[in-house]
Ligand binder design. Structure first.
Ligand SMILES: Cc1cc2nc3c(=O)[nH]c(=O)nc-3n(C[C@H](O)[C@H](O)[C@H](O)COP(=O)(O)O)c2cc1C
Length: 247
């Protein structure tokens, strides 16, 4: 063991089965403060988190996310919002016109910052014995989420995080071999196909071990998702929110 923090990070697995136990406000606050402590682009602090504990609101989110029952079960749901509304107030205060939200750069900046905030929230939650599962499924119906949670223009719901005390352990999901992830000095393409073949076999065993009926592996599941634009409402709704993504 290198140290406790790294051990917790390496032990991550998503949890989709929660106890009904509530989470103390002091713990929720600690998770949110940890999330806000991450570095962020230009100190613009272009993230907001909506803290949802209301049962009916969570039920609506679960529905919008394609019927993900673990959102109902988890006592806490955090919605990570990329937020150029606050930075626009800064622009107004200074008599300037904000342009960043019209550039694809805002989408990159916003997603990176949200990812960092969410990563810290995950590690904080897991270090306190909680389980989590990120929820990209909210982008299935971004307008529904925007209306439900009163998100203003120049904001966009990037991802959610369901949090609760685990009711059962899940099995740690193996990752692609580290040499497909770590490229020393320059990008290495040579071994990727062979490593993907090996990983597909490993994942077939993994899915068998967790009693998935069908034979799936990494390349079948990934390619079946990526053969289409799986959340087609993201682009039009982002546009409507003011993220033109045309510069
Ligand atoms: C941004 C993001 C969005 C995700 N969206 C969902 C989701 O909507 N529903 C879900 O059950 N899991 C979701 N996941 C969890 C991934 O499926 C999971 O992290 C991945 O399969 C690896 O498994 P592990 O987290 O157990 O290691 C999401 C993960 C991330 C990072």
């Amino acid at each position: 063991m290198m140290n406790k923090t790294i051990e917790i990070i390496k032990d991550h697995r998503s949890i989709r089965d929660y106890k009904s136990d509530q989470i103390d406000e002091s713990i929720i606050n600690e998770i949110i403060v940890a999330a806000q402590s991450m570095p962020n682009s230009i100190n613009g602090q272009q993230t907001s988190i909506i803290v949802v504990q209301d049962v009916q609101t969570k039920a609506a989110i679960a529905e919008y996310a394609g019927g993900q029952t673990w959102i109902d079960e988890a006592p806490l749901f955090l919605l990570f919002v990329t937020d150029f509304y606050k930075t626009n107030l800064a622009a107004k205060k200074n008599g300037l016109t904000q342009q960043i939200h019209e550039s694809v750069e805002s989408t990159v900046v916003g997603a990176v910052d949200v990812g960092l905030n969410m990563g810290a929230a995950i590690i904080a939650a897991e270090s306190l014995g909680l389980g989590i599962v990120p929820i990209g499924g909210i982008r299935n119906n971004p307008q529904g989420i925007i209306d439900l949670l009163n998100l203003p223009k120049m904001t966009f719901p990037v991802a959610g995080l369901a949090i609760g005390y685990p009711n059962s352990e899940s099995r740690k999901k193996p990752r692609l071999p580290i040499n497909t992830f770590r490229h020393d000095e320059k990008y290495q393409t040579e071994n990727l196909e062979k490593e993907i073949d090996n990983y597909d076999l490993l994942m077939e065993d993994y899915y068998k071990a967790i009693n998935r009926a069908q034979t799936i592996n990494w390349s079948t599941s990934t390619s079946n998702t990526y053969k289409q634009v799986y959340f087609p409402k993201v682009y039009p709704v982002m546009n409507k929110q003011g993220f033109n993504n045309d510069k």
